[in-house]
Design a protein around this ligand. Structure first.
Ligand code: A2P
Length: 284
């Protein structure tokens, strides 16, 4: 679980992270994050919006002690929520997140969603630029090691890059079999960003897909492992979420098999048929 991808700012990001979206119960969050770290995950992904930063922080402190690990052994991501945009508010929100997590620094801080053209028809780009200036300050001050964005489509990314002193190093977007968003992924890569996948299992929905089941049979793995491996082979960081200990362990066993070109193509052709969020239409 030590495989990492290089970031353009000189840091490195572990390719497999434990995702904590929808892990809302405190006891469950503490127990799941501790299970993940003990199983070998070295990357934990949370967000102010998930409401679990305090529990995640407690789990991190306990798991580091239990496993004889140092803070530097772990890569921790959190995200700025949509109600806290703009320079000053972003700085305050970061302080709250860092305090809840109980961390002196965060490895990666992300703008959770771009300010969008529905909520900010006139000035969405300026709002994102103002938020970003706070992120650049947090990085310069050493409070965060790397800064990035999430759910940025090419138009949001291009506008941000045009005014940034320090470019984002990551774009975390929804990616899973059946939902490619490859334009956003390609635009991110062309600009030197690493792509991270949220809901890499389609929140569980794609796991019953017959193509995934067939490739799982061929490789002797689970559909979840196939979906995650398919992303890893495209140099995408995966952030699977599970509160089930056996699944937490199995979802990280991804380095002992490989998908053939044919298997990659078969998974790429899946269509999940689901409705997905348009970042310019979301109301939260
Ligand atoms: P649970 O947490 O009850 O184990 P995503 O990461 O795409 O958001 O997907 C998370 C969902 O997928 C959760 O409902 C989780 O259930 C389920 N899940 C996670 N890992 C597996 C797995 N290996 N097999 C089946 N379902 C899984």
């Amino acid at each position: 679980l030590t495989d990492t991808l290089p970031l353009s700012d000189g840091n490195a990001i572990p390719a497999i992270g434990y995702g904590t979206w929808q892990v809302t119960d405190d006891e469950q969050a503490v127990s799941a994050v501790k299970t993940a770290i003990t199983a070998g995950y070295r990357h934990i992904d949370t967000a102010a919006y998930y409401g679990n930063e305090a529990a995640v922080g407690r789990a991190i402190a306990e798991a580091l002690a239990d496993n004889g690990l140092a803070r530097e052994d772990l890569f921790v991501t959190t995200k700025l929520w949509n109600t806290r945009r703009g320079h000053d508010e972003a700085l305050r929100a970061f302080d709250e997140s860092a305090r809840l997590l109980g961390l002196d620094y965060v490895d990666l801080y992300l703008i959770h969603w771009p300010a969008n053209s529905r909520q900010h028809p006139e000035d969405w780009a300026e709002v994102n630029a103002s938020t970003w200036s706070a992120f650049e300050e947090l990085k310069a001050a050493g409070r965060v090691r790397s800064i990035g964005v999430s759910n940025f489509m090419p138009r949001h990314l291009q506008a941000l890059l045009a005014g940034a002193d320090e470019p984002p190093v990551v774009n975390q977007i929804e990616l899973h079999p059946g939902f490619g968003q490859w334009q956003a992924a390609a635009a991110s890569r062309e600009a030197g960003l690493v792509v991270e996948a949220w809901s890499p299992l389609g929140s569980g929905t794609v796991l019953s897909d017959p193509v995934l089941a067939a490739v799982a049979d061929e490789t002797g793995r689970t559909p979840a492992q196939v979906a995650l491996r398919w992303l890893l082979q495209q140099d995408v960081v995966v952030l699977p979420k599970s509160v089930t200990p056996e699944r937490i362990v199995a979802n990280a066993e991804l380095f002992n098999f490989e998908l053939s070109d044919e298997q990659m193509a078969a998974v790429s052709a899946i269509d999940d048929g689901l409705e997905h969020h348009d970042p310019d239409q979301v109301t939260f």
